[in-house]
Design a protein around this ligand. Structure first.
Ligand code: PFF
Length: 450
């Protein structure tokens, strides 16, 4: 049983693995397009507050619950509160993981496709707004190609998770993360130096506070949850493999800061470039980075190689996130249903693949899934709304209530301060987990409903 679960190999391993889960498409694909659609710098400002006042607090709650119980999310709730319906929060997390994996894998497939495009030289000449737009539409509506890329991605994820937590994730992230940092920083310097970049910089970094409204706050908080992999038990599951020696607050701060740093730098690549392209608007939605990044690579020396490298690193960043998504249901099936790791990984992988196919069809104009009746939106957007937004916030809200009141903030603090560790901000954290965070999340959830 112990062997099927596995554990982290060293102290820093959790930080690497959790950062691997957090850093992914959420930072480089989702954060820029959310910023573009929600007023630029004003959104970034609210986002930073959301990350540190809400994200960090929930992060610590999830990690401590995971480490104390050494269980998957369902088992963790059951262990602390054996009676009553609380384990359903864990079940919601398991479902959410499968659903997010299904559409996240489709977009991860796009990054794989764009890596190949880059090395083929598709971005090597001068690119116009119309050209990059058409290229993206053409690419994303190619069903056969997307099915191949998507299934490849799920397959690799299943393979790594089958090997167990130790073998896969640690090694991958240790190499990936520094490389991704270096190339992102390099690209951002190039982008900031493009002629006409200052307009983009102002849009991204000079907040117009009048633009902050309930919509901006809503999307900023949601983005924080998505980006930090919170609200569905991923961080709880990863926390369950942490040793009792680790100091949780500093691990949490490391992961949250690394994740935020990557997102901010990604924006520094996208926005300065975007405003140098005639006719381009920041309000592109999910296609944004796939339209702007090719332009970055067309403008710099050695762009084809850089483009290939960048998209490849993004593929690996996405992979360490999909691994963490798959790990949640797999840990559940191993712990609670006594399945073998390999069988669990394959079964959930197949399920995610099936749910992912409509998200591919959603990009084909005229297809049923591209404009669903009643919702009047495409399937992929609906999946992201239901699972990537509402479910994470709902899960996050219930986790704060559970940790704050059912398990009890003091018991959580006891776990955090185990082995004589000090937690100076314990009092503040207690107030946040019991009052501030649940109230904010509750209000935000209401705005989704009404
Ligand atoms: N945090 C990941 C990203 O930013 O790409 C996405 C994600 C992974 C969300 C795991 C939720 C999760 F549980």
């Amino acid at each position: 049983m112990k062997n099927e679960r596995g554990g982290w190999g060293s102290k820093v391993a959790f930080i690497f693995a959790a950062a691997g889960s957090a850093v992914g498409l959420g930072n480089i694909w989702r954060f820029p397009y959310q910023t573009g659609m929600n007023g630029g710098a004003a959104f970034v400002f609210v986002y930073l507050i959301a990350v540190f006042l809400i994200g960090l607090v929930v992060f610590l709650a999830e990690v401590s619950m995971g480490r104390m119980t050494k269980k998957n999310p369902v088992g963790a709730f059951k262990q602390i509160k054996p009676k009553g319906p609380w384990f359903l929060v864990g079940i919601l997390g398991v479902f959410t993981a499968v659903m997010i994996l299904s559409y996240y894998g489709v977009i991860a497939g796009w990054t794989l496709g764009y890596a190949v495009k880059s090395i083929r030289g598709d971005f090597s000449h001068k690119l116009t707004e119309e050209f990059v737009q058409n290229m993206f539409v053409h690419f994303s509506s190619n069903i056969g190609l997307n099915l191949i890329l998507f299934s490849l991605f799920i397959l690799i994820t299943v393979l790594v998770v089958s090997l167990g937590i130790k073998g896969g994730i640690e090694k991958l992230t240790k190499i990936l993360m520094p490389m991704l940092f270096i190339i992102l920083i390099y690209l951002s310097i190039r982008a900031v130096l493009f002629e006409g970049a200052s307009k983009g910089l102002a849009f991204y970094l000079k907040p117009d506070f009048t633009k902050i409204n309930s919509r901006v706050i809503l999307f900023a908080i949601t983005q924080a949850f998505f980006s930090l992999s919170l609200g569905m038990g991923t961080i709880m599951t990863y926390g369950s493999y942490i040793s009792d020696e680790d100091y949780l607050p500093s691990s949490a701060l490391w992961v949250v800061s690394l994740d935020t740093f990557v997102a901010i730098i990604a924006g520094l690549v996208i926005f300065p470039t975007l405003f140098t392209i005639p006719g381009m608007s920041p309000q592109q939605g999910p296609a944004l980075v796939f339209i702007v990044l090719p332009v970055v690579f067309s403008k710099i020396p050695g762009g084809a190689i850089f483009g290939f490298l960048f998209f490849l690193l993004l593929v690996i960043a996405a992979l360490t996130s999909t691994i963490s998504l798959l790990e949640v249901p797999v840990a559940y099936l191993i712990d609670e249903k006594k399945w073998k790791r390999k069988k669990a990984a394959i079964a959930v992988g197949v399920l995610s693949f099936i749910f992912g196919v409509p998200s591919i069809l959603a990009n084909v104009k005229g297809n049923f899934f591209s404009n669903l009746p009643i919702f009047k939106k495409d399937f992929l957007s609906i999946m992201d709304l239901l699972w990537g937004n509402i479910s994470l916030l709902l899960g996050g809200f219930l986790i704060t209530i559970f940790v704050g009141y059912v398990w009890g903030a003091d018991k959580a603090i006891k776990e955090i301060t185990k082995n004589g560790k000090k937690f100076k901000l314990a009092g503040l954290w207690k107030i946040f987990i019991k009052y501030f965070v649940p109230v904010v999340l509750f209000v935000i959830l209401l705005t989704y409903v009404f």
